[in-house]
Design a protein around this ligand. Structure first.
Ligand code: HDE
Length: 728
C-alpha cells in the first residue's frame, strides 16, 4: 500500500462539493485489492484462458474469458451525433447578490453555492478528431441545484446558423463529412456545407462568427459562452423578463492563428483538453462570470430584429450585460467515460424562476436532447447515472426500463391514489413546484417563417463592422481557404453574392483570393431555404442589410473588447525559452522567476534533453527539444543570451523555424543579448525589420527586458504584424 497514489480526496473542494460526495457512492479505486470477476469472485489466473490441454482449444466453460471479452465487446456507446468530442470538469457556481431581483431560482439567491459539471466540445468532428478544428465550441453547464438539475446548454458564439429546428438535421448533414467517402473530418471547408449555407442566407451572421478567431480559441478557459436563445427569468412575484445568458471568462477572450491551429491539430490534437486538465491539476482554476442582458416584457418589439430569432444577438452596447454570479472549475474527472461521456445535457432540465420562449430553435431543442439521450445512453434511466443524478430527491411513478437502479418500494405507482395518501404529491409553487409561465397563445396553425425573421444581413454587417483590421483579414482569409476547397463553381459564386449582401468590401476581398469577380445577385433567388412548396417566396426573400447598423464594442476580441476588460496579466501562459549549451543560465533563471511570479509557466527548449551547461558550467534542466515540441504549443518565445548557445541555434533549422513561426503567428518574442541574432536568422522576406516589429523586445534584464516581455505577453498577440508583412 506504500505507493498508493494521492487521490482527488486531497482537494479542498471534495469536502465542500456535495456532488463529489454523491459521486463517491459509485467510485472505485482497486489499488491494493484482489482482482475479481464482476460477480466478486477472486481470479486466480488472468493471463491464460481455460483450454483442453496445453495446446488445445479454449473451452466454452471459461466463464472468466467470456465475461472479460463480452464486457470489452460492449464497451462503446454511440458518440453524440453532434458535439462528439468534448472535455468536462467539475466546479461550483456562486451567485452574486443581485440576481434575486430577477429570478426566484434558488441557485441565483445571494451567496448560494451550487455544484456544476461543465462540458466543452467541438460540434462537427468525431470523438477522435482534433481540438483545434475551425468550429463552434459547445459550452454546457449542469447545475446540481437544490430544486433539481438546471442545464444551460450553450455555445461560444451568441447566434446560430438556422432559425428553425426543423432545419437542424440538414445543417448537420451538410457540415459533417460527406456521406459517400466520409471526408473531410471536422471541417466545414467542403461542398455540402457551402451548398447548404449558400441556399440558407439566415446562416450568414453565424458564418462570419465561425470564420472569425472565435472559432479557434487559444484555450477553453479563454472563451465566452452564450445561452444563444432568449430565455425568461421569473421573479418571486411572478413577473418575468427576457434574458440572454453570457459567460465571461476572467482570463479574457483569445484565439490562435488559423495556420497555427492546423499545426496544433497535428502536434497535439488534445491541446484544449490538456490545457484544461493541466490548469485544473495545478490549481489555476478557470473562472467565468455569468451575466444576463435583461429586456422587459414590454420592450420585446423595440429592437430592429426579433429577439426570438436565434440568428440575432442583442448588442451589448444597447443592453449591457449584468454579472450575476461566478463559476469556478476546480476538479478534473476521475473517469472520462463515466463522467464526460455519460453526462446528458438537456434544455428541458429547468428550475422554477427560469422559463423558455417561443424561439422555434429552442422549442425543437426541447425535444431533441431527451430523445438523443435515450439512444445514446440506452434507455429512460440515464438520469440515474451518477454524473446525471440530481442532488434534489426524486420521487415519482415512473418505473422500470433498462438498467433501473432505484428500487421503488410498495404497490402504488400511479397518481391519484388513496393507498399511499395520494403521494408522491404535487407541489404548490410556494412549495417549489414548477409551473410554466401563464401566457395567452392564440393564432392560426401555420407552417411559415415569421417575416420578422427575414433580415439576414444587418447583424452579419454589424459583426463585420465591429472587427479590427486584423480580424477582418482573418475572416477574409478563412473564407478564401474554405471556398477554395469548394469544388462547385455555382456554390462559390452564390457565397460571394451573399458576402456582398453583408459588405461589398468583404465579398471583393474574398473574390480576389479566389481569382474571380463578385457575381451580381440581381434577379437571383438567394433564399431557397425558408419557405414551403406552395408558399409565395417573394415575402421570404432576405431584406437588404440596414445601412445604419453600426458596430458593437463587445464583438471584437482584439480592439479593446469588453470581453477582455477583466483580463489581467499573463496567468497560465506558456513561454518557450530557447537555449542550449553556453546560454546565460543566470538570466534565464531570473526570467523564469519573473514569469512564475506572474503565474505563467516557462519551459527550456534545447537541442537535446537532459540539461544544458551555462557559460560558467552551471546546469539547467531541459523540458523539451525542437523535436518533441513546437512553437505553436507556446504563447511566447524567449531566446536566451550566450554567444555559444545562439551560434548553435542559428545553425539548427528547427530552432530557426521555431522563432519564424512564433513571429508569423504574431506572438510576443524576447531576445536577450546575442539572442537577437537568432531572430534575424528567422526573419522571412518582408520581415527584415523583425527586431523593431511590435511585440518583439530585445535587450537585457537589467534594462527592463523581462518586464517589457511580460507586458507584451499580457497583450497576447500582435496581429498588426500580419497587416504589414504577412503574405496573403
Ligand atoms: Fe445542440 N444538440 N442542437 N445546440 N448542443 C446536442 O444532444 C440540437 C444547438 C449544444 O456536451 C445533442 O446530448 C438541435 C444550439 C451543446 O453533451 C442533440 C438543435 C446550441 C451540445 C442536439 C441544436 C446547442 C449539444 C447531441 C437545433 C447552443 C453538447 C448530443 C434546434 C445554444 C452537450 C446531445 C454536451 C448537443 C440537438 C442547436 C448546444 C442532438 C435539434 C443553438 C453544447 O440533441
Amino acid at each position: 500500500m506504500k505507493n498508493k497514489p494521492l487521490t482527488k480526496k486531497t482537494h479542498e473542494d471534495t469536502i465542500t462539493n456535495p456532488k463529489i460526495d454523491d459521486l463517491a457512492r459509485n467510485t472505485d479505486d482497486g489499488y491494493g485489492e484482489f482482482l475479481t470477476s464482476n460477480q466478486g469472485l477472486r481470479v486466480n489466473d488472468d493471463q491464460n484462458s481455460l483450454k483442453g490441454s496445453e495446446r488445445g482449444p479454449s473451452l466454452l466453460e471459461d466463464f472468466l474469458l467470456r465475461e472479460k471479452i463480452t464486457h470489452f465487446d460492449h464497451e462503446r456507446i454511440p458518440e453524440r451525433v453532434v458535439h462528439a468530442r468534448g472535455v468536462g470538469a467539475h466546479g461550483y457556481f456562486e451567485a452574486y447578490d443581485n440576481a434575486s431581483a430577477l429570478s426566484r431560482a434558488g441557485f441565483l439567491q445571494p451567496g448560494v453555492k451550487t455544484p456544476v459539471f461543465t462540458r466543452f466540445s467541438t460540434v462537427a468532428g468525431f470523438r477522435g478528431s482534433s481540438d483545434l478544428a475551425r468550429d463552434v465550441r459547445g459550452f454546457a453547464v449542469k447545475f446540481y441545484t437544490q430544486e433539481g438539475v438546471f442545464d444551460l446548454v450553450g455555445n461560444n458564439m451568441p447566434v446560430f446558423f438556422i432559425q428553425d429546428a426543423i432545419k437542424f438535421p440538414d445543417l448537420i448533414h451538410a457540415v459533417k463529412p460527406e456521406p459517400h467517402n466520409e471526408i473531410p473530418q471536422a471541417a466545414s471547408a467542403h461542398d455540402t456545407f457551402y451548398d447548404f449555407i449558400s441556399t440558407s442566407p439566415e446562416a450568414m451572421h453565424m458564418l462570419l462568427w465561425a470564420m472569425s478567431d472565435r472559432a479557434l480559441p487559444r484555450s477553453l478557459r479563454m472563451m465566452e459562452g452564450f445561452g444563444v436563445h432568449t430565455f425568461r427569468l421569473v421573479d418571486a412575484a411572478g413577473k418575468w423578463r427576457f434574458v440572454k445568458f453570457h459567460w465571461k471568462p476572467l482570463l479574457g477572450v483569445h484565439g490562435v492563428a488559423w495556420e497555427e491551429a492546423q499545426q496544433i491539430s497535428g502536434k497535439d490534437p488534445d491541446f484544449h483538453r490538456r490545457d484544461l486538465w493541466n490548469c485544473i491539476e495545478m490549481g489555476a482554476y478557470p473562472e467565468w462570470e455569468l451575466g444576463v442582458q435583461v429586456v422587459e416584457a414590454e420592450d420585446e418589439h423595440k429592437f430592429g430584429f426579433d429577439i426570438l430569432d436565434a440568428t440575432k444577438l442583442i448588442p451589448e452596447d444597447l443592453v449591457p450585460v449584468q454579472k450575476i454570479g461566478k463559476m469556478v472549475l476546480n476538479r478534473n474527472v476521475d473517469n472520462y467515460f463515466a463522467e464526460t461521456e455519460q453526462v446528458a445535457f438537456c434544455l428541458s432540465h429547468i428550475v422554477p424562476g427560469i422559463d423558455f420562449t417561443n424561439d422555434p430553435l429552442l422549442q425543437g431543442r426541447l425535444f431533441s436532447y431527451l430523445d438523443t439521450q435515450l439512444k445514446r445512453l440506452g434507455g429512460p434511466n440515464f438520469h440515474e447515472i451518477p454524473i446525471n443524478r440530481s442532488l434534489a430527491p426524486i420521487h415519482n411513478n415512473q418505473r422500470d426500463g433498462h438498467m433501473r437502479q432505484t428500487i421503488n418500494k410498495g404497490k402504488v405507482a400511479y397518481n391519484p391514489n388513496l393507498l399511499n395518501d395520494n403521494t408522491p404529491k404535487q407541489a404548490k409553487q410556494s412549495e417549489g413546484g414548477f409551473s410554466s409561465m401563464y401566457e395567452r397563445v392564440d393564432g392560426h396553425k401555420i407552417r411559415l417563417r415569421s417575416k420578422s425573421f427575414s433580415d439576414h444581413f444587418s447583424q452579419a454587417r454589424l459583426f463585420w463592422n465591429s472587427m479590427s483590421e486584423a480580424e477582418k483579414m482573418h475572416i477574409v482569409k478563412a473564407q478564401r481557404f474554405e471556398l477554395s476547397h469548394v469544388q462547385t463553381e455555382s456554390i462559390r459564386n452564390r457565397m460571394l453574392m451573399l458576402h456582398a449582401q453583408v459588405a461589398p468590401e468583404l465579398a471583393e476581398r474574398i473574390a480576389e483570393g479566389l481569382g474571380v469577380p463578385v457575381p451580381s445577385a440581381e434577379g437571383v433567388q438567394l433564399n431557397l431555404g425558408s419557405y414551403g412548396a406552395d408558399t409565395d417566396p417573394a415575402p421570404y426573400q432576405p431584406k437588404p442589410a440596414t445601412d445604419s447598423v453600426g458596430s458593437d464594442s463587445a464583438l471584437s476580441m482584439a480592439s479593446g473588447a469588453k470581453a477582455n476588460a477583466t483580463a489581467k496579466g499573463i496567468k497560465t501562459r506558456h513561454v518557450a525559452v530557447l537555449a542550449t549549451d553556453g546560454a546565460d543560465v543566470t538570466a534565464i533563471g531570473d526570467l523564469m522567476k519573473a514569469l512564475m511570479d506572474e503565474g505563467a509557466q516557462a519551459a527550456i527548449i534545447a537541442t537535446h534533453l537532459g540539461s544544458i551547461k551555462g557559460q560558467g558550467g552551471e546546469e539547467l534542466l531541459v523540458n523539451g527539444t525542437f523535436l518533441s515540441t513546437a512553437s505553436v504549443l507556446f504563447d511566447a518565445v524567449y531566446v536566451a543570451d550566450g554567444q555559444a548557445s545562439v551560434a548553435i541555434l542559428k545553425q539548427n533549422p528547427d530552432a530557426v523555424r521555431f522563432v519564424n513561426e512564433a513571429f508569423r503567428h504574431c506572438k510576443p518574442i524576447a531576445a536577450a543579448g546575442a539572442g537577437t541574432e537568432l531572430l534575424q536568422a528567422a526573419a522571412y522576406p518582408g520581415a527584415e525589420d523583425i527586431l523593431s516589429a511590435e511585440g518583439v523586445v530585445t535587450g537585457k534584464d537589467a534594462n527592463g527586458l523581462n518586464n517589457d516581455f511580460i507586458a507584451a505577453i499580457a497583450k497576447h498577440r500582435f496581429w498588426g504584424r500580419e497587416l504589414k508583412a504577412m503574405p496573403a
